[in-house]
Design a protein around this ligand. Structure first.
Ligand code: ADP
Ligand code: MG
Length: 722
């Protein structure tokens, strides 16, 4: 990306300051700089074309590239390589092979062929496939993605060459996140490039950019290991809010605690060596919550980098005695975490298509893309909601103390007014003497940071859209596949309309026709525009009257993947086959069930083996005290509060026991249900309600119990990272 290169090459490499990040940035990446030392110019050109023009790499070059990559990796101390891919569960998968090949009893060579680079067959029977592969024909293969450079990962002092790949079944179905992402990228790039021809014939391609802001919590590792819920479910299932919770929002942008600062510094350094362009770090709204954000990159790379970053953060945290909590809602009553996806389209001529220009002609192009994105979101709001639906994100969206799950678009007052005028064909610039032109000059300055709304799930922020409803632990590919697909499809629809009107009205001006169609699109989709407080109850009511859906849970949301409109969108544009769509949706339902099943089991154990016993221990302590007071002849007035305590604890313990048994029974009956979708629905309806009820009772016991009897670290301890 030109922007990026600008940032790092303002000084030639040789002059980069030894103390600066530029000195070691990307040193573990087989990027253009490293390639120069190991490949011929023609091989480098092949990679460049593969990255920028989706060109397939020639077989002979693949051999040369593999060999160069191997030499580079050996020089940096890596003896093994792996195809690195993103299966539909967990973050990333690797299977390590060595370069070494024995040639005799005491001799061998290191080799790596183009074939091994291009394709591998991991034994991947345990990765979820939604029924596409039966385990007995567990053959899928990974295939090299040259548009994301190979890198070297270091774990426990061992270095391994990682080659980003897609993962597909032998019958060609995608089994990972990356394969469909690459398809939608090609799709939206082509659709956007075709639209650009109306405005500038020099545009030969478009790229999609993404910048991912990552929110996370830190917790001290020793405390983490004392909380089975954090360890196995990633969130606290019990625990009452501390006295000083989020009420005092002094944490936000406050000073970063010293130990945390040194953790951040370390993981950023690791990230920079891997070519992940992290730029900002700060505290987030909640205590112990933080955020980091990179410079935006080309979308495929940004998704890989975010996935890699999550691994790096976790590994480095361990060295600092911390754990990173990537769950969307680790703590009740405290803000959750997301992953803001900043998305935009850029032409081969360097124009950001979502950046208002300074002439009416440029602004017609801007409005074309701007309005088409709004229309795409309006028409496919449920699918977009489905793309971010997970058990974890359900706690962040639509639950109490969380923003609602209503998809709406924030565009700010300035653009809101401009769109209003545009729709009614009023010339916003009439006082500038441009009476005949209805496309306004959009004052860029007003779109800057002042015009912001943090409560919107999908916000225009000056030169990009920011999809904020993405969960903090999710792979960004899932929402980006949907966003790319719906925008690409909308641009195709738009083009069809423009072309047919142009053909029917040979005398009409292209601009007039484009404006007219945009006006219609705007009128039909403006209900999704909302600038008020997205967290308010009024919005929930208003959204309902506007006909916008508020889909509160994952099982309900996921159904959108298989409705007629989505099926048409994905199959007609060759993004997913019906089989793939069904399989992937089934995996999503299964993942949901798995999360809830784990939570139910952990909660059950904690209640039975930790919380009830703590309550009983304290209850008998108090009872003993009552007996002693009685024995020395004191009257009931001296121990009446102890009696109340014993009774209150007794009632809570009984309730905890009763609810726990009921949850266990519900879990056992639901797990038997045939069909992942139905099982997910029933988990949500029959098992999940016990989580809240049990939590309330357990938190009641926690409040009454003596601290010395309470073995679980409390919120106030968990939230302190100093
Ligand atoms: P804020 O917290 O105010 O939203 P940040 O600086 O934390 O701002 O994050 C903004 C993100 O948006 C960064 O990753 C940035 O690189 C990215 N971004 C900026 N311009 C674009 C663009 N044209 N396309 C995609 N992402 C962009
Ligand atoms: Mg942001």
């Amino acid at each position: 990306m030109s922007h990026l290169q600008g940032a790092s090459s303002s000084k030639p490499q040789s002059e980069s300051n030894m103390n600066g990040i530029s000195f070691y940035y990307g040193e573990l990446v087989f990027g253009p700089n490293a390639q120069k030392g190991y490949l011929s110019q023609s091989a480098i050109d092949e990679i460049h074309k593969a990255v920028n023009e989706s060109h397939a790499i020639h077989r002979n070059s693949a051999d040369e590239i593999a060999n160069g990559m191997k030499e580079w990796a050996l020089d940096l101390g890596a003896t093994h390589y792996t195809h690195w891919f993103q299966p539909l569960r967990g973050t990333t998968a690797e299977k390590h092979d060595s370069f070494f090949e024995p040639t005799g009893v005491d001799s061998g060579i290191e080799s790596f062929s183009g074939k091994s680079l291009a394709q591998q067959e991991p034994d991947a029977s345990s990765f979820p496939s939604g029924g596409i592969r039966n385990t007995f024909e567990a053959r899928g293969y990974t295939a090299w993605d040259p548009s994301s450079p190979a890198f070297i990962i270091e774990k426990g002092g061992v270095r391994t060459l990682c080659i980003p790949t897609i993962f597909v079944s032998y019958t060609g179905e995608a089994l990972d996140y990356k394969a469909p992402l690459l398809k939608t990228l090609a799709f939206v790039r082509k659709a956007a490039t075709d639209i650009c021809q109306y405005f500038d014939e020099n545009v030969t391609d478009c790229s999609v950019s993404l910048g991912v802001e990552q929110e996370y919590f830190l917790v001290k590792e020793d405390l983490f290991h004392q909380r089975p819920d954090l360890m196995y479910a990633g969130r606290t299932l019990v625990g009452h809010s501390p006295a000083k919770g989020q009420q005092m929002e002094d944490h936000y942008f406050g000073a970063i605690p010293t130990n945390v600062q040194s953790f951040m510094n370390d993981f950023e350094q690791q990230a920079h060596r891997l070519g992940i362009p992290l730029r900002t770090r700060h505290n987030e709204v909640a205590p112990a919550q933080f955020e980091c954000a990179p410079q935006f990159e080309s979308l495929n790379l940004a998704v890989d980098h975010n996935t890699l970053l999550m691994d790096v953060m976790q590994a480095v945290a361990h060295q600092h005695g911390y754990r990173v909590l990537l769950h969307e809602k680790p703590y009740k009553g405290i803000n959750g975490s997301g992953k803001h996806n900043n998305w935009s389209l850029v032409t081969s001529t360097g124009v950001n298509l979502l950046s208002p220009g300074n002439s009416p002609k440029q602004n017609l192009q801007f409005l074309t893309f701007f309005i088409n994105v709004i229309k795409a979101v309006y028409d496919n709001a449920d699918l977009l909601r489905a793309s971010i639906a997970t058990a974890g994100n359900d706690h962040r969206l639509g639950a109490n103390e969380a923003p609602p799950a209503i998809m709406s678009v924030f565009i700010g007052d300035t653009l809101g007014k401009i769109l209003e005028d545009f729709e009614q064909n009023i010339d916003s610039n009439s006082d500038h003497g441009q009476k005949s032109i209805h496309i306004p000059n959009i004052p860029e300055i007003l779109l800057d940071n002042t015009d912001r709304n943090r409560t919107s799930p999908f916000a225009f922020t000056g030169n990009k859209f920011e999809f904020r409803a993405v969960g903090s632990s999710d792979n960004c590919a899932s929402p980006m596949v949907v966003l790319n697909a719906i925008v690409g499809n909308q641009l195709l629809e738009f083009k069809k309309q423009v072309d047919s009107k142009l053909a029917a009205n040979s005398g009409a001006s292209k601009e007039d026709i484009i404006e007219e169609i945009l006006r219609n699109e705007l009128s039909s989709s403006k209900n999704i525009l909302f600038g008020g407080n997205g967290y308010s109850d009024e919005w929930v009511t208003e959204a309902l009257s506007r006909g916008l859906n508020n889909i509160k849970n994952t099982p309900e949301a996921l159904a959108s993947y298989l409705d007629a409109k989505s099926v048409e969108l994905f199959t007609m544009n060759n993004i997913f086959s019906m089989k793939e769509l069904e399989a992937r949706t089934e995996i999503r339902y299964e993942n949901y069930v798995l999360s809830l099943e784990i939570e139910a089991k952990i909660l059950n154990e904690m209640v039975q083996n930790m919380i009830i016993p703590a309550g009983i221990r304290y209850q008998s302590k108090v009872s003993q005290n009552i007996a002693q007071l009685k024995q020395i002849g004191l009257g009931e007035d001296t121990y009446s509060s102890q009696l109340d305590l014993v009774k209150e604890l007794g009632a809570l313990i009984n309730m905890a026991q009763k609810l726990n048994r009921e949850m266990e029974a519900a879990n056992e009956s639901v797990i038997e249900i045939e069909g992942a979708k139905e099982r997910a629905i029933q988990y949500n309806e029959q098992v999940r309600p016990y989580f809240e009820q049990l939590r309330e009772v357990c938190d009641g016991i926690e409040r009454l119990c003596d601290d010395t009897e309470w073995t679980l670290p409390k919120y106030r301890e968990l939230l302190s990272v100093h």
